[in-house]
Design a binder for this molecule. Sequence first.
Ligand SMILES: Cc1cc2nc3c(=O)[nH]c(=O)nc-3n(C[C@H](O)[C@H](O)[C@H](O)COP(=O)(O)OP(=O)(O)OC[C@H]3O[C@@H](n4cnc5c(N)ncnc54)[C@H](O)[C@@H]3O)c2cc1C
Length: 464
Amino acid sequence: MLLARSGLSVAVYEAAVEPGGGARSARLFDADVVHDVCSAVHPMAAASPFFRQFDLSAHGVELCHPEVAYAHPIDEHRTAIAYADLERTCARLGVDSARWRRFMTPLVAHTDEVTEALLGDRRHLPQPRTAALLASRILGTGAFRSTEAQALLAGLAAHTLGRLPSPVGSGIAVLLGHLAHTTGWPVPRGGSETLTDALVADLCAHGGRVHTDARVTDLRQLAHARVVMLDLAPRGFLDIAASLLPDGYRRALQRVKYGPAAAKVDFLVSEPIPWRDPELHHAGTVHLGGTREAVYAAENAVAAGRRAPDPFVLLAQPMAADPSRGLPQKQPIWAYAHVPHGDPLDATEVVRRRIEQFAPGFGDTVRASRAVPASELEAYNANYVGGDIAATAVTVRQALARPIARWNPHRTPLSGVYLCSAATAPGPGVHGMCGWYAAKAALHREFGLDLPPGYRFGRTSPVS
Ligand SMILES: Cc1cc2nc3c(=O)[nH]c(=O)nc-3n(C[C@H](O)[C@H](O)[C@H](O)COP(=O)(O)OP(=O)(O)OC[C@H]3O[C@@H](n4cnc5c(N)ncnc54)[C@H](O)[C@@H]3O)c2cc1C
């Protein structure tokens, strides 16, 4: 879309029958109920420099904000809650009330710099003041004493789907944690597909075309194009171009590690989840993981290739913010459990049991369900190798040098060929920044152009 806005002729080839990749929705069981097939909750889209310039609302996308950004039931009696409102959050955190406020307030005050740094291209250090703030907060995630604050931070860190504790987990906790109190954790009215629709409409309005059901099996199919932007995991790049790549680069791509996986389960339920703690009804996202220690144990088991007896489950109840997704007696529930790479497990029972721990009677409300095991996610989208929804593991090394160490990781050794997927910096999530950095590099190098007006935000990067 950025290339089309720059006046280039753009064609998109999409393997699936509809565009969107990780941002698609479907009426899985009932014409009245919209389920998000992959991404559901969009703190990154709400905050990312790219989407803020794109201006989602001007393109007809309404982001709906739940009262509770994310919540984390711990046991029968305790629930940790991150309200959109910072003070309300602090009020429930007991001994950590003041500490949470001190931790979050500077991040909230400097959210633009913090977000730009954490969604940065990894080639530039942030301004010293921002770097110092980030370093203190990443190191400071371990300082909380209450079970509730520890659980909140562990649940955030678990979004990285890897070994915990880790600096990468703490980094994502800082990013997502403070966004709860700034631009929020919204869901788009009508489903995540509305994000895709808006981008496709903008592309087409600038002369671009989208060809669906058009899998590229050999890079030479695109030889007519002056520039090729590959929204592929390293494995996908190797599949279509291995014989064309220089040995060193090919071997480096072959060494890229893929991480633990997601086993997706969607439910159609007849009423809101009967949470023991009614405050959970207001949450868009619920982390089912128990105490910090329990979250770490489950994540470390999965990272070591073992199923966790009580895996970490991410759950979204979109109707907490967007009633248009269904009807009072027909509601979508979105969830996935963390499982080992390539696990063929049908996680329906695991997720149902996990929800029942905090919402007895949930099973009786389920009218239909659908599971997509981690081992089958790849058939749906080739970028999710073995069910790794991050397109490559988010380890410290692969967070800093993504997918491999190169001065400009979006460039490849092949002339005019760029990588723009979540396997490149800054990593997974619906934020548009991987594409933005790749487009910036391609426009500059191949055409001597800058980004189109309105999209030249951020620090000036050397792009060679
Ligand atoms: C179950 C699940 C839940 C998630 N939840 C969230 C969430 O709540 N919030 C969030 O921000 N992120 C979430 N994510 C992550 C997010 O969806 C991804 O990080 C993001 O979509 C990555 O964007 P991308 O452009 O790299 O690739 P994708 O969105 O994966 O798109 C890649 C596209 O390329 C196509 N393709 C692949 N190979 C070929 C080929 N050879 N020829 C043609 N086309 C090809 C694929 O079909 C796909 O459409 C989730 C992901 C999953 C799977």
